[in-house]
Design a protein around this ligand. Structure first.
Ligand SMILES: NC(=O)c1ccc[n+]([C@@H]2O[C@H](COP(=O)([O-])OP(=O)(O)OC[C@H]3O[C@@H](n4cnc5c(N)ncnc54)[C@H](OP(=O)(O)O)[C@@H]3O)[C@@H](O)[C@H]2O)c1
Length: 276
């Protein structure tokens, strides 16, 4: 049945989509893909905790979700790069809701740049923000997930299928996350824990606006021309909506995906042409 999108961008979401009563933690969730995910999981009946670095932005994001769904997620402040923060937000979520079933690992995107433009410091920061953060989040969540099985979903990028020009940090670290997820899918399956990735192509968020603006500046071309070029590479002819991406995460996180683990689901309007 075709779902109609409503003004909240939630489509015809109703109870019964395998998320009811689940306890979920979503990182980097004050805007963009993380926010859309927290909104979708809440609308699906999950008890959601969400965090980002800014106390104001995350509180406002939780307020918007409360307005849209009638349920206010737990809004926590934390920096995904800091081990103590990760430990604390996991503990606070488990304590507030009495456990943990779903982890959505998301983080701020690494800066654009070519190999020759980047220093050790840039690589180390990307490692902490986009890779080690996932290791730490899973490690902290594991004792809770082991209680009754669970689901881990990582936000990666279509760069895991096809490297993106000028985004070498993303190309390297997203692939590392997929390697980690494949290994974890194996190691954690005996506990009933599934591990998957969702790979956005070009979903209309602030991050994509910034990347388009960066490209326009470095190539000295008008922004409209950059955007036109991006659209031409997408068979569906448009950028995706955050709610469309969140739908993929909600599916992978839910019991509807009970036999799916170790998979990477592209949400890219057909942008990647690779067969596998
Ligand atoms: N949008 C796309 O099409 C696309 C495509 C490929 C990959 N991605 C990747 O998907 C991820 C999300 O993208 P997006 O488009 O939603 O980005 P975005 O609009 O820039 O949002 C980033 C979010 O991350 C939070 N954040 C940033 N650094 C953080 C940190 N150290 N600790 C905790 N939270 C942090 C920000 O909140 P605060 O500022 O409040 O901390 C914000 O809520 C990024 O890694 C991006 O590279 C996106």
């Amino acid at each position: 049945m075709t779902q109609q999108r409503n003004s909240t961008g939630l489509g015809g979401v109703a109870a019964g989509d395998g998320l009811e009563g689940k306890i979920a933690l979503v990182s980097a969730a004050s805007q963009g893909l993380g926010y859309a995910t927290a909104l979708r999981l809440t609308a699906g009946g999950a008890h959601v905790a969400m965090f980002s670095r800014s106390v104001t932005r995350i509180a406002q994001a939780a307020d918007r979700i409360a307005e849209a769904t009638g349920q206010r997620p737990l809004a926590l402040t934390g920096d995904i790069r800091i081990a103590d923060d990760v430990r604390r937000v996991v503990a606070e979520t488990a304590e507030a809701y009495g456990g943990l079933d779903i982890i959505v690992h998301n983080a701020g995107g690494p800066p654009a740049g070519s190999f020759e433009a980047l220093r050790d410091e840039d690589w180390q920061q990307a490692h902490e923000r986009n890779f080690l953060s996932a290791v730490r989040l899973v490690r902290e969540a594991l004792p809770h997930l082991k209680q009754g099985g669970g689901s881990i979903v990582n936000v990666v990028s279509i760069s895991v299928k096809q490297p993106l020009g000028g985004l070498i940090l993303s190309n390297a670290y997203r692939a590392a996350i997929v390697g980690l997820a494949k290994s974890l899918a194996d190691e954690l399956a005996p506990y009933g824990i599934r591990v998957n990735n969702a790979a956005p192509g070009r979903i209309a968020t602030e991050r994509i606006k910034e990347l388009d603006a960066h490209q326009a500046k470095t190539q000295d071309r008008p922004l409209e021309e950059i955007e036109r070029g991006s659209l031409q590479a997408i068979p569906l002819g448009r950028y995706g909506e955050p709610a469309e991406f969140a739908e993929a995460i909600a599916f992978l996180a839910s019991d509807r995906a009970s036999y799916i683990t170790g998979a990477t689901l592209q949400v890219d309007g057909g942008m990647v042409r690779a067969i596998q």
